[in-house]
Design a binder for this molecule. Structure first.
Ligand code: C2O
Ligand code: CU
Ligand code: CU
Length: 479
C-alpha cells in the first residue's frame, strides 16, 4: 500500500517537474515473468590495458566523461562512463603488485574514484576527501597485498555519488592471487567467468535516464523498473555445458535482490566481497544488497543443449542463459577453497556500537544518521589505532520514517568477518571476508575487523546511495 502511494506520488512529481517530454514510469511489475524477449547479447566490459611494461608493476588510465549509449533501439540516452558509453573497463591486478592509476576527470563536475574493497591508505581511497575537479588528474598508487576478490570502483564525491553512479560511473576491479588457477576454477574472462553488474534504472519513454525528477525517492532510495546487467537490459548469455562462474555485483543505488534460477536448481557460492569462502556453499537463492559481491558457480553440464534458464529476482527476470552444444572442459568444484584466518572476538581490543536512525521523522532530506549524527565532512567520528582488532556492533531499530529500513553498511579500507546476526552465527555464505553487510530491520550485527597499518580517513556508510547522501555516513581515522 505504502509502495503504491509512493509510486503515485513519484508519477505526479515526474509529470510536473520536468521537460516537455512525457515520462512514463511503469512501476514495479507484479508478474515479471511474462515480459521481455531476452535477445540482446550479454555485454562483457573490456579489460583495461596495463601501460607499465615492468612485471610486478601496473599502470592504468581512467577518464570519467559524458557519453551516450543506446539501451533501446532508436533511442539515445545521455550517460556517464569511464572511457565507455556506460560503466567502465575491468581493472585486473595481481596480489603483490604495485598499482598506479591516473584518473583524468573529463566531466564538467567534480568526481572521485573510490576503490571499493581495496585495502589502501586514506589518501588513495578515493572517498570524498580526494575530489578531482574538472580537467584535473588524480594518480593514487598503492601496493596490493590482499587475497583474490571481486572489488569494484565508483565515484564518491560528496552530494553527487548517487547520481553519478546512476548515470553510469562504475567498473570492476579484480584481484588475482593464483587461487583460481590452483583450484582449477573457471577463470577465462568472458568465456566461463562472467561479471554481472546488476543495476535497476528508470528510463523515460524516449530513453532518458530519469533520476532528479524522482526526488520523492531521493532519501528512501531510487527503485527502477528496468534491470541492466553490465549496461544491457534483458541480456542473453550463451554458456558452455560445464561449470560457469558468475561474479554478481549489486551496483544498484538502492535495490536489494534475491537471486535464484528459474528451474530452481541450486548453485554454489564460492566467494563473498573480500575473497573466496573456505568451501563452496550450496544455495537455492542469494540475497545481495547494494555494494555487495558474490561469486557463484552454476553447473550447466547436465543441461540439454539449447535449454534456457533465467537468473531471476523475486520481482524481475535478470538474464537468460542458453546452454550451447559445446561441452566445456571438465571441471569439478573443489571441496575446499581458501584458508580463512578466523578472527577471534576474545582478542579484540575494543567494541564500538553504532545505531542507524533517522533524526527528524522524515521532514528533512538529510536526516539519516549513525549514532544520532548525519555526515559531516569535517568531523572525525571514530579514531582507530592502525593494526587494531575491533568489534563493531551495528543495530538497526525499526524506523517508520523510512520506506525501506534495510541498510547495507560498508566500511572502507578493510575486510571484516561477521560474528553474529542477532546473536546467531551468520549463514555459511557470510562466514568469509566481507566489506559490506546488510542490516535487516530490527537486527543487530556484530562484525570483527582487523585494521591494517594503513593511515588516513575512511568512510563507514550505508551503500544505499541515497541513504548515504541523506547523511548515513561517518568517518573513522586510522592512526
Ligand atoms: Cu562502494 Cu563508500 O563505497
Ligand atoms: Cu568502499
Ligand atoms: Cu540505508
Amino acid at each position: 500500500m505504502k509502495k503504491l502511494v509512493l509510486i503515485a506520488m513519484l508519477g505526479a512529481l515526474v509529470m510536473t517537474g520536468c521537460d516537455r517530454e512525457s515520462v512514463e514510469i511503469r512501476g514495479e511489475p507484479t508478474l515479471p515473468l511474462e515480459k521481455g524477449d531476452f535477445t540482446k547479447p550479454f555485454a562483457v566490459p573490456p579489460l583495461l590495458k596495463d601501460e607499465d611494461p615492468h612485471p610486478g608493476r601496473v599502470e592504468y588510465s581512467l577518464s570519467p566523461r559524458e557519453s551516450s549509449a543506446t539501451f533501446f533501439e532508436g533511442k539515445t540516452t545521455k550517460t556517464l562512463g569511464y572511457d565507455a558509453p556506460y560503466l567502465g573497463p575491468t581493472i585486473t591486478v595481481k596480489t603483490g603488485s604495485r598499482v598506479k592509476i591516473n584518473v583524468r576527470n573529463r566531466l564538467d563536475e567534480t568526481t572521485t574514484v573510490h576503490w571499493h574493497g581495496l585495502h589502501v591508505n586514506g589518501d588513495d581511497d578515493g572517498g570524498p576527501h580526494q575530489p578531482i575537479v574538472p580537467g584535473a588528474t588524480w594518480s593514487p598508487s598503492f601496493y596490493v597485498r590482499q587475497p583474490a576478490s571481486t572489488a569494484w570502483y565508483h565515484p564518491h564525491a560528496e552530494g553527487s555519488t548517487a547520481e553519478q553512479v546512476y548515470r553510469g560511473l562504475a567498473g570492476l576491479f579484480y584481484i588475482d592471487d593464483g587461487t583460481a588457477k590452483n583450484l582449477n576454477l573457471p577463470r577465462d574472462y568472458g568465456k566461463d567467468d562472467f561479471p554481472l553488474v546488476v543495476q535497476d534504472r528508470i528510463f523515460s519513454r524516449n530513453g532518458r535516464l530519469v533520476y532528479k525528477e524522482s526526488t520523492v525517492f531521493s532519501r528512501n532510495g531510487i527503485f527502477g523498473d528496468t534491470i541492466l546487467v553490465n549496461g544491457v537490459d534483458e541480456p542473453l548469455l550463451k554458456v558452455g555445458r560445464g561449470l560457469v562462474r558468475l561474479r554478481l555485483v549489486n551496483g544498484s543505488n538502492a535495490r536489494i535482490y534475491r537471486f535464484f534460477l528459474s528451474d530452481k536448481s541450486s548453485f554454489s557460492q564460492i566467494a563473498s566481497d573480500g575473497g573466496f569462502l573456505d568451501a563452496p556453499v550450496v544455495l537455492k537463492s542469494l540475497e545481495l544488497s547494494p555494494g555487495e559481491r558474490a561469486e557463484i558457480v552454476v553447473d550447466f553440464s547436465e543441461y540439454e543443449p539449447g535449454k534456457s534458464v533465467f537468473l531471476l529476482d523475486e520481482q524481475f527476470r535478470i538474464a537468460k542463459f542458453v546452454v550451447s552444444k559445446k561441452r566445456a572442459r571438465r571441471k569439478i568444484l573443489p571441496a575446499k577453497l581458501a584458508a580463512i584466518e578466523r578472527l577471534n572476538e576474545y582478542d579484540a581490543q575494543k567494541t564500538r556500537k553504532f545505531v542507524l536512525e533517522s533524526a527528524g521523522g522524515g521532514e528533512s532530506s538529510r536526516d539519516l544518521t549513525i549514532n544520532g549524527k548525519s555526515f559531516d565532512h569535517s568531523r572525525i567520528d571514530d579514531v582507530v589505532r592502525a593494526g587494531a582488532l575491533e568489534i563493531w556492533e551495528i543495530s538497526n531499530p525499526s524506523n517508520y520514517a523510512l520506506h525501506l529500513n534495510e541498510h547495507p553498511m560498508h566500511i572502507h579500507g578493510v575486510s571484516f568477518q561477521i560474528l553474529s546476526r542477532d546473536g546467531r552465527l551468520p549463514p555459511r555464505n557470510e562466514r568469509g571476508w566481507k566489506d559490506t553487510v546488510l542490516l535487516h530491520e530490527d537486527e543487530t550485527v556484530r562484525i570483527i575487523i582487523k585494521f591494517a597499518d594503513d593511515k588516513g580517513t575512511f568512510m563507514f556508510h550505508c551503500h544505499i546511495l541515497e541513504h548515504e547522501e541523506a547523511g548515513m555516513m561517518s568517518q573513522y581515522q586510522l592512526k
